[in-house]
Design a protein around this ligand. Structure first.
Ligand code: HEM
Length: 512
């Protein structure tokens, strides 16, 4: 019996493999059309006659070589076409084409495809991030109001308060520096969403981080994502199902646990909050959908800032002279003898520090491959003709290097020159880190401010040194434990006093 099911599935996959071209399982750009109507696509690497470039991708994705593989694809030009089983992928390799396709043509490029693994089995079709537009619209509107609405100024102030917890944690437990980064980002989002302070254990936070990491690594990592027709097979033939469903159950249980702690917020006598007033009162979804929406806001708003803070730590280890320059600027504004902590109001007086934050996002993009935006109608663009159904993805590493001087270096000075692409610190952030068009990140303004507050305060008070061998291309974002070896120490007794004093003044603050 145990051998029976695998044999049938293997046989079916085998038949599918050979039958694919004859039963219409072709990517959209390979559909047969009269010659005059043929699609004209950007260049493409050679691939297998049946599955195209899919096996190359899966080998890279599951073998830990995604980044070099993606970089390699950019040698075909500003856009690269990949045949991925039944899908047509077009990688956008420069910021110019990202802007043209995602931003200027947002009306026809903001759909998502069906993700049978990461969307259906792992997310139970309830994660807004991967939902089709019809299901996504309402949740997106609520999140937009929450993050970008009239309260957004106060959100950034929360970062100042939460950063005192971050600094204090560094004083008490410097070796756990990376867990402090995550707690800082979650504390801000938790307060924004629930209007209550974060009181969760390190184990609960670690579960949440694992949920996000495993979710992200599930996207586009199985052959079934590229042959969604396989999800129509009888369930007993879908041998992959139990593995991904198990992951989905883990995610569900972690969300449920966090959600249970938020239940008292639904009480009409509770303080006003996004959970009480937007999600539970006006949202038309079920309670389970409300839970997924709420948890998405918390995890999407926490994990990327965590990774950005870890990236910055790596830059501190490998570019000490740059950080020293930023520290001189901080000392000039806040005093070299630990007079006061930098604040958001100091931003105009700290242009170099702003440029450091911006460079963190360009140097090592947090989301190396922004998931598919599907084209909903045929598109003529600069001599190409793309079929409806083409899936565009941002190939972030080429995007962040193409057209930049000294691209591989952590060099904040580039943003102080007006001729850099997206240059000038008045633009605040390196916008391409956040994608474009209607699916773009809703939290980009908050991200900039919370990163500015955390990184400037850490740099003002903490010294970083490698505590072992490091490789600045190995950030180990999704592993467990310390991602790379760091020795973090308080800069001076005066800085420690400053942290303790500021923290004490805030004693009893509801965020702490
Ligand atoms: C360093 C910080 C951050 C980076 C680099 C980042 C990047 C991104 C990217 C690339 C996307 C995908 C966009 C697409 O598919 O086209 C995204 C989506 C999203 N981000 Fe961020 N993000 C950051 C911080 C935040 C913060 C602070 C929030 C706060 C709420 C947030 C909330 C979201 C949400 C809710 C989505 C899903 C949007 C949707 O599907 O409509 N992000 N982010």
């Amino acid at each position: 019996m145990t051998l029976y099911y695998p044999s049938i599935t293997i046989l079916l996959l085998f038949c599918l493999y050979f039958a694919a071209p004859y039963i219409g399982l072709r990517p959209p750009h390979k559909k047969k059309l009269p010659f005059s109507k043929q699609y004209v696509m950007p260049p493409s690497p050679s691939g297998h006659v049946v599955v195209g470039n899919l096996l190359q991708w899966l080998r890279a994705r599951n073998g830990g070589t995604t980044i070099p593989w993606l970089v390699e694809q950019a040698r075909y030009g500003e856009m690269t076409t990949l045949s991925m089983g039944t899908k047509t992928w077009v990688l956008l390799n420069t910021s110019r084409v990202v802007n043209e396709i995602f931003s200027k043509r947002a009306g026809i490029t903001h759909e998502r495809p069906f993700f049978p693994i990461s969307g259906e089995l792992v997310s139970r079709n309830k994660r807004l991030f991967l939902q089709r537009t019809s299901d996504w619209r309402e949740g997106r509107r609520l999140l937009h109001q929450l993050i970008m609405g009239s309260e957004s100024r106060n959100h950034a102030r929360l970062a100042e308060t939460a950063s005192l917890g971050l600094l204090r944690a560094y004083v008490d437990e410097p070796r756990a520096w990376h867990t402090h980064h995550y707690r800082y980002a979650v504390a801000i989002m938790y307060k924004i969403v629930t209007n209550t302070p974060l009181q969760r254990t390190t184990a609960e936070l670690e579960d949440l981080r694992q949920v996000t990491s495993t979710f992200l690594t599930s996207i586009n990592s199985s052959v079934v994502e590229f042959f969604p027709q396989l999800s129509h097979l009888p369930k007993w033939l879908q041998l992959w199902r139990s593995h991904w469903e198990e992951m989905g159950t883990f995610h569900y249980n972690v969300f449920k646990h966090w959600w249970a702690g938020m239940k008292p917020l639904a009480d009409p006598s509770a303080e006003p909050s996004f959970v009480r007033d937007a999600v539970l009162k006006s949202y038309s979804g079920t309670e389970e959908e409300a839970m997924y929406l709420t948890m998405l806001a918390i995890v999407a708003g926490s994990d990327n800032p965590r990774m950005a803070m870890n990236t910055w730590t790596m830059a501190c280890l490998t570019y000490p002279a740059v950080m020293q320059k930023a520290r001189v600027e901080l000392d000039r504004v806040c005093g070299s003898d630990a007079q006061r902590l930098p604040t958001l109001d100091d931003m105009p007086r700290l242009p170099y520090m702003c440029a450091v934050v911006k460079e963190v996002l360009r140097w090592r993009p947090i989301v190396p491959l922004v998931p598919q935006h599907v084209l909903v109608e045929d598109l003529e663009f600069e001599g190409y003709r793309f079929p409806a159904g083409t899936e565009f993805l941002i190939n972030s590493i080429p995007v962040c290097t193409h057209g930049y001087e000294r691209p591989s270096e952590f060099w904040p000075e580039r943003w102080l020159k007006t001729d850099a692409r997206g240059g000038g610190i008045e633009q605040n952030l390196w916008q391409f880190a956040f994608s474009g068009g209607r699916r773009a990140c809703v939290g980009y303004k908050l991200a900039q401010r919370e990163l500015f507050v955390a990184l400037s305060r850490l740099l003002y008070c903490i010294d970083y040194a490698p505590a072992g061998e490091i490789d600045d291309e190995k950030l180990n974002h999704f592993g467990s434990g310390e991602p790379f070896p760091v020795r973090a120490t308080i800069r001076s007794p005066a800085h420690e006093c400053l942290i303790r004093r500021e923290r004490k003044e805030l004693y009893g603050n509801p965020l702490m």
